[in-house]
Design a protein around this ligand. Structure first.
Ligand SMILES: Cc1ncc(COP(=O)(O)O)c(C=O)c1O
Length: 417
């Protein structure tokens, strides 16, 4: 079979086309939406140990039980029955060779994009590297970013600076930022005639600031600048609509706020730009312009069990209802910040404007360090926020598996120390 027919044939297969691959959505029993114990019952859908409190979703999220069950089921199937694989279809055993159209469609629906422009990646770092390495840029073209980007977002651009003479520049954003206008004005002023690419986090990892990306992208677009957004901290946390934002590229992952297994990410690039993006990790489909997203998804043998877990996590999120999840995360984040604002010795590094905040709060207590705070929380109550170093204290993430009660207890601990 020629390769085009082979692709079309595999595109026609769905992830549910093998009898032992069931619909994950129907397997989850969720409480009724009006149940007064709704969130408590949702908490039971997670495997998180009951004697520990997890506040570090910004590093890696806790997985719902159904996600783990699906991964394990598939792993066992692979170990037991791999001999059943007759290679007449290439779906269901390993990942990295199949376009997985249904899965990409679910991601596309989540961010309001076209599924053919979505590539499956292992994480945000690889997605960002595909974009940074694949864009045609010439010596002197500038990539502008902020001083608060994660290494996985900014490093590939720095490699191009060192290797090819692309200019790399960071605009300094304050921490905390006061409001959207402040950020917009700083970025607007920093855009220069030589700026070709603007890369920014949609949510800044070390402060939780939700940047005014729609307004920023409009400014950049008017100047012909390509906008690339790092959504490592947004997917499953706040609503993301790439069409509304108006960016040129968006990368994200599912292993933080979406509760998928580690090693699950995606890249979306606007079709006009995607067709000219060079492939960095290349296999048979490296030049397949009929399905651009597949061109980047074909990255060699990978773990299909993890893909199944990822689909289960997306289904779980959709069954609860994305907006319900975002509202709950924001409610808990605001609850925590309200409590912190009542403590005179606490300094908050998340934005002063609550409209720029959701589930990430970064704060410190006068005279303490992040390491000390992290240890105090753990030793006193088996609570796990994450240290942000000497100055910035801890990053405290709130997700649907957290509760008001846990936050009251955390605030009580802060009062005591
Ligand atoms: C803003 C941001 N970008 C990139 C990354 C790297 O993500 P990944 O580990 O999925 O590559 C992180 C991880 O914390 C992040 O917060």
């Amino acid at each position: 079979m020629n390769s085009r027919r082979k692709v079309l044939k595999s595109l026609a297969l769905t992830s549910l086309s093998l009898p032992w691959l069931r619909s994950w959505a129907s397997a989850v029993q969720l409480p009724a939406p009006h149940d007064p114990d709704y969130w408590q019952k949702i908490r039971h859908a997670f495997m998180l140990s009951k004697d520990k409190v997890f506040f570090n979703t910004g590093t890696v999220g806790a997985m719902p039980k159904v996600v783990v069950q699906r991964v394990v089921e598939h792993f066992e199937k692979l170990a037991t029955d791999v001999a059943d694989w007759d290679y007449k279809t290439d779906i269901g055993w390993i990942s990295g060779y199949h376009p997985l159209p249904d899965l990409r469609k679910k991601i596309a629906q989540l961010i309001n994009a076209d599924a053919h422009s979505i590539a499956l990646t292992d994480n945000v770092t690889s997605a960002m590297s595909y974009i940074a390495m694949g864009l045609e840029l010439k010596r002197g073209d500038e990539v502008l970013t902020s001083n608060q980007e994660h290494g996985g977002g900014r490093s590939a651009w720095i490699v191009r600076e060192k290797r090819e003479g692309i200019a790399y520049r960071e605009v300094t954003l304050p921490k905390p930022v006061q409001n959207k206008d402040e950020v917009l004005s700083l970025i607007r002023t920093a855009l220069a005639p030589q700026t070709r690419v603007l890369m920014l986090s949609h949510i800044i990892t070390g402060s939780g600031a939700i940047l005014p990306v729609k307004e920023i992208c409009a400014e950049a677009r008017a100047k012909g600048i390509i906008t690339v957004l790092d959504g490592a901290q947004t997917i499953g946390h706040i609503k993301v609509d790439v069409a509304d934002i108006g960016c040129d590229a968006y990368v994200g992952c599912f292993h933080k706020w979406m509760g998928a297994p580690p090693g699950t990410g995606f890249m979306w690039v606007r079709p006009e730009l995607l067709k000219n993006l060079w492939t960095s990790v290349c296999s048979y489909q490296w030049n397949n312009h009929e399905d651009e997203g597949f061109r980047f998804s074909q990255r060699g043998t990978g773990n299909y069990s993890v893909m199944i877990g990822m689909e289960a996590a997306l289904d779980f999120h959709n069954e609860i209802g994305p907006q319900r999840v975002y509202n709950r995360i924001k409610f808990l984040g605001s609850y925590l910040r309200d409590g912190l604002r009542r403590m005179p010795k606490v300094k908050i590094f998340s934005p002063a404007d609550e409209a720029m905040c959701a589930g990430i709060t970064v704060y410190n207590v006068a005279g303490l360090t992040g390491a000390r705070l992290q240890d105090e929380f753990w030793n006193r109550a088996r609570m796990r926020p994450r240290s942000q170093g000497d100055e910035f204290g801890v990053r405290h993430c709130t997700h649907i598996y957290n509760s008001e009660k846990e936050l009251d207890r955390a605030l009580e601990i802060l009062q005591k120390i």
